[in-house]
Design a protein around this ligand. Sequence first.
Ligand SMILES: Nc1ncnc2c1ncn2[C@@H]1O[C@H](COP(=O)(O)OP(=O)(O)OP(=O)(O)O)[C@@H](O)[C@H]1O
Length: 278
Amino acid sequence: MSNALLEVSHATKVFSRGGLLSSRRIVAVNDVSFRIEAARPEIFTIIGESGSGKTTLSRMILNIEQPSAGSLVLDGTDLSTVRSNRDRLAFMHKVQPIFQNPFEAFNPLKQLDRYLFMTRQRFSAAVGQAALEAAVDEALRKVGLSLKEVRHRYPHEMSGGQLQRVAIARALLSSPKLIVADEPVSMVDASLRMSIVNLFRALRDDLGISIIYVTHDLATAYYISDRIMIMQNGRVVESGDARTVLNAPQHPYSQQLRAAVLLPEVTGGTAPANSPST
Ligand SMILES: Nc1ncnc2c1ncn2[C@@H]1O[C@H](COP(=O)(O)OP(=O)(O)OP(=O)(O)O)[C@@H](O)[C@H]1O
């Protein structure tokens, strides 16, 4: 069998809510398994309604949350063994998060270029200022920005879409193999959404990075996903090749999701109506 970049096996997460007398068990993620091949970078979408367990699952993949049962193995390392700072840094080299709200991802009092320099220094041995600037500029150029545009600017001086690009550039500074993007475009202006998701395609194709794209937006999911996994109440109800699943969903919940959105195949186009070409 080929090597897995990520192997999620029977991952389950149970939360307890309430007090001692009225404690309630919530099974946020229930026996979820899937695998992403190291040799085949892809955009793997996890989709489902609010509360279906998408964020909990992505937090387990990022090792922010530990599974109650099952296992997650990234590039041969079982995440339960990642404990020391050194292990954590090595882990973050391989997997990077992109969150929903880019304004929360940055310290509002810190200039963005300083933030990026610090991130780069964290992931690579000491280098001179010129090499540092070159590395940061290169990462920014991969997302359609440049160091010149970002230098001395604070987060509030950028638009949401621009700042999400800076967040992606920051993620690239560790040369990750996997990016976990949890609702990365839901707070971005509709007109800019496709430019961000198109960026994910470029990262997959040009840099060989796999993306786990967590969303409840079927239109962008249909447009960029290689594979899709549909969740409901913590369980996977259907998964497979994205076009196959979305064009002919089998499970009643997937059919319901599908029916709620006019997909390009139905409307005759190739991309959602709000999609600029870049
Ligand atoms: N820390 C926690 N403690 C208790 N319950 C939690 C916790 N985190 C999540 N849950 C519960 O687990 C379930 C799944 O939540 P989760 O946030 O993973 O879903 P989601 O699909 O990402 O939803 P959304 O799209 O709204 O972000 C929900 O019932 C939620 O209330």
